[in-house]
Ligand binder design. Structure first.
Ligand code: PMV
Length: 349
């Protein structure tokens, strides 16, 4: 059988200024810009293999070993955008194989809980888009690819880059300016560390899309957040990252997580992602910072109860010793990651 295949690995990213709210649900255009840190691929990543062949009779997709329905899915929307890009190349160079007409098989695995508020879709769509772009030999940079991944899951646009990443909300109706850009590479601030406290590996109670629509439609606090507060925080956070000012980075991260959960609580019916253990983590972090007389530790929570803690390598012994009773033995904090990587192979027999 003639076939071409690529495997790619993409990391998760955890937002420090949260994306919450869509102005266009179909294109995943956000109501506000956001910033994230891309985390180590070894511990928290999606690995995706894609193959095309003239012998395949239909498009197929397995996620964590289970066959998924591709019809009308966001996954096939991303595939089709990239097929169009490939068709442009094929039209310009008739010598190229007509891969845009071949059916595709996609196999994707996450090594962490899927849909548990741990950014699984972010890594998944980034790996999908990155692997297909390599398979089709497309000449698209990370920002251009982020636009395609965004259509699958908004936050995945940020996983196309390593380091510190902003997703600019943009103004255009077609989403052409709603893209991810690098704020700073890993090398700029390499001693950032993160710990993920998996409080519950269950599926989230309200999907992020459903939750965002409820907040946009019902929260009276939300307009102040997305029109005034987030734009101010975006530039403060970029400044904190550029200046490697951990105290400001941590404070902004915690305030933004708290405000995101506040607009969730202000939605009707309220959306409650945090649980008692999450709240105990919040109290612990503030107690820790007070005890050491400096803001050395930050928490943030996505659409679920699981905590992500940010701190610097130089403080990691203090953080780990305090968390020892609740952490598995020899837990090593995540480092900031370089971004997706992939490799290609031809399969013929
Ligand atoms: O892109 P989605 O649908 O997975 O939404 C993610 C939203 C948050 O994780 C809660 C915040 C963010 O910016 O990642």
């Amino acid at each position: 059988m003639e076939a071409l295949a690529v495997t790619a690995v993409a990391p998760v990213n955890i937002a420090v200024i949260k994306y919450w709210g869509k102005r266009n649900v179909e294109l995943n255009l956000p109501t506000n810009s956001s910033i994230s840190v891309t985390l180590s691929t070894d511990d928290l990543r999606a690995i995706t293999s894609v193959a095309v062949s003239p012998q395949f009779s239909e498009d197929l997709f397995w996620l964590n070993g289970e066959l998924q329905n591709l019809i009308g899915s966001k996954h096939i929307n991303c595939v089709n955008i990239l097929r169009k890009e490939r068709a442009l190349l094929e039209a310009a160079d008739p010598g190229l194989k007509k891969l845009s007409n071949w059916k595709i098989r996609i196999i994707s695995e996450n090594n962490f809980p899927t849909a548990a508020g741990l950014a699984s879709s972010a890594a998944g769509y980034a790996a999908l888009v990155f692997s297909i772009s390599k398979l089709f030999e497309l000449d698209l940079n990370q920002t251009e690819l982020s636009k395609v991944a965004r259509v699958g899951s908004g936050s995945s646009s940020r996983s196309l880059f390593g380091g510190y990443v902003a997703w600019q909300a943009g103004n255009l109706e077609n989403g052409d300016d709603s893209v991810a850009v690098e704020v700073a590479p890993v090398s700029h601030w390499p001693n950032m560390r993160a710990l993920v406290l998996v409080i519950s590996a269950g599926k989230k109670s309200v999907s992020s899309t459903g939750g965002m629509q409820r907040t946009v439609g019902t929260s009276t606090l939300f307009p102040a957040r997305h029109l005034k507060i987030v734009p101010e925080r975006m530039s403060q956070m970029e400044d904190a990252i550029r200046a490697k000012d951990f105290g400001s980075f941590a404070k902004l991260t915690m305030c933004d997580s708290n405000q995101f959960h506040a607009v969730c609580l202000d939605s009707y019916p309220p959306i409650l992602y945090l649980n008692d253990t999450s709240r105990a983590v919040i109290s612990f972090v503030h107690y820790f910072n007070e005890y050491y007389g400096a803001v050395k530790l930050a928490y943030t929570f996505d659409a679920g109860p699981n905590a992500v803690l940010y701190f610097l390598e130089e403080d990691s012994a203090q953080v780990l010793s305090c968390l020892k009773p609740v952490l598995p033995a020899a837990k090593i904090p995540f480092e900031v990651d370089e971004g997706p990587s992939g490799f290609c192979f031809d399969a013929m027999d």
